[in-house]
Write a protein that binds this ligand. Structure first.
Ligand SMILES: Nc1ncnc2c1ncn2[C@@H]1O[C@H](COP(=O)(O)OP(=O)(O)O)[C@@H](O)[C@H]1O
Ligand SMILES: [Mg+2]
Length: 266
């Protein structure tokens, strides 16, 4: 049977980390935005290293590669956690890890690493950039590829529901060397964007802002984003029992079963 969607000539190349423009994040920016995943020796990277181990295991078991990160409401820590989890994960897996900024209205990942690109994901979705390689950045000295959004646009539902988005996902799924592709998504309650984009991904991680996210929020998000599976939850800004301000929990979609990854014996 003929292939219904034969790749166009420009489509056949594999998206490789080595072909992305290299970038070294200034230490001042990394510090300012509390990105600790790049540095194994930073004690604050420890929760992310633990999180990464559970996450990598779960993805392997479930065969998921394209995973979104969302929350019920804004400012829960999605971008902070995406960047730290992606950079931590990229340090242990053999294949590259890609991180894509899909919170186009409030794009922040480029700024977090001090990158000032001319074009980003929005340009690919609008069609003015043809090849994803043009908007990807290789973080020097790491296995991480970053695809930032640059120009904050408001017609995001249109862009995410369009053919170009499907093409972007097909490229990332079928023609890219990354083992895992994380997507920093908008909050589920703010617009349809998270729901629209998740319909093409394998699953999502739900960031729960300790003290702000309610049980009702969680139930509503799980219902709203179904049938896309919630592959895990991260309890952010949880300080109970850890003795510092870096508390993260990771568990299954059952929000009643959060636990801290900090080894209780340590
Ligand atoms: N656990 C945390 N510890 C310290 N700062 C945090 C933590 N989580 C989030 N932040 C900070 O809170 C702000 C909002 O987080 P952000 O990741 O931008 O939220 P979102 O992407 O969900 O809107 C950022 O300045 C971020 O650096
Ligand atoms: Mg964000």
């Amino acid at each position: 049977m003929a292939d219904a969607n034969p790749p166009s000539p420009g489509d056949t190349t594999i998206l490789r980390l080595a072909n992305l423009a290299g970038f070294t994040p200034p230490i001042s920016e990394v510090k300012k935005h509390r990105i600790v995943g790049f540095d194994n020796r930073d004690a604050r990277a420890r929760p992310f290293n633990l999180l990464r181990t559970s996450f990598a295991k779960k993805l392997r078991e479930d065969g998921h590669r394209l995973v979104g990160i969302t929350s019920a409401t804004p400012a829960a820590g999605k971008s902070f956690l995406s960047m730290n989890l992606a950079s931590s994960l990229a340090r242990v897996v053999e294949e590259p890890v890609f991180l894509v900024d899909l919170d186009i209205r409030r794009a922040s990942l480029a700024e977090e690493v001090g990158l000032v690109p001319e074009r980003g994901v929005e340009s690919f979705l609008e069609g003015s950039v043809v090849d994803l390689t043009e908007i990807g950045h290789r973080i020097e000295g790491t296995n991480l590829g970053l695809f930032p959004s640059v120009r904050r646009t408001s017609n995001t539902a249109e862009l995410l529901a369009g053919d170009r988005f499907t093409q972007m996902i097909e490229n990332l799924r079928g023609r890219c060397e990354a083992s895992t592709i994380l997507f920093d998504l908008p909050p589920a309650f703010a617009s349809d964007d998270a729901m629209i984009s998740l319909s093409q991904l394998d699953g999502y991680i739900l960031v729960v802002d300790s003290g702000k996210t309610t049980r009702r929020h969680i139930l509503d998000v799980l219902a709203m984003l179904s049938p896309t599976p919630c592959v895990g939850t991260i309890l952010n800004r949880y300080s109970g029992g850890l003795g510092d301000s870096y508390g993260y929990g990771y568990g299954g979609p059952d929000y009643g079963k959060y636990y801290n990854l900090t080894d209780p014996s340590s």
